[in-house]
Design a protein around this ligand. Sequence first.
Ligand code: URA
Length: 255
Amino acid sequence: MPGEPTWLCLLTKLRLENPCRHRFAHDPPEFLDRIPLAQERLASGGGRSISQEAILSKLTDLHAQIAACQKCALAQGRDRAVPGEGPEDAQIMFIGEAPGYHENRLGRPFVGAAGKFLDKLLASIDMQRDDVYICNVIKCRPPNNRDPLPNEVRACQPYLDQQVELIKPRLIITLGRHSMSQYFPKATISKIHGVPKNLGDVIVLPFFHPAAALHQPKYRADIERDFLKIPRILAQASGLEGTPPDQRAEQLSLF
Ligand code: URA
């Protein structure tokens, strides 16, 4: 695919060669040798990747638990909980704040105005929703879209932790300050947005929330610019640019 960035070739190749998403009925393609995440998964599950099926099954169970959750008072006011959606082996996980009006009605994350903007931002880097996993810090809509309360965040924390643990994304992109503070509780979003931080087995990249960016031109320009950094950061994270591992942290750990 001449002219396309390496990371996009990779995603397209994975989609074309493996309609079942990275599950191999045959010997895995040679290019996967360069992708640490894929290597780990193949090593743990063999060519057919049985463990990938186990991950999908655990994630499906987790989504069912979230859908039935009664751990805090938000359960009483909701139409539907919003567990999250996307491939179980997504390399990128977006974490928003909480479901809003439309998400509460449909049980799906980012389906309102902010979601449409998120789709456009993904399209700006030739990606689609299906390429990424999207979820929220809390899984039920707070009344009148107020900020999540500490006890609500605590009640939902095990769900988010399990989502990260099962999906093992290479890159987590936090959307807004509530999501950012999962990883950087003392940071200020206007200072650290768009700056990747290498946390060992995952890179976390904080962004402004698309809903804020929709209405405030300054944030909009920032989030549009920040999105354009994703391909390079993902490619670096996957070692596709031939960066030796001991230099990767140096390139990525910028704040
Ligand atoms: N805002 C969020 O943070 N999450 C959604 O799912 C929708 C809007």
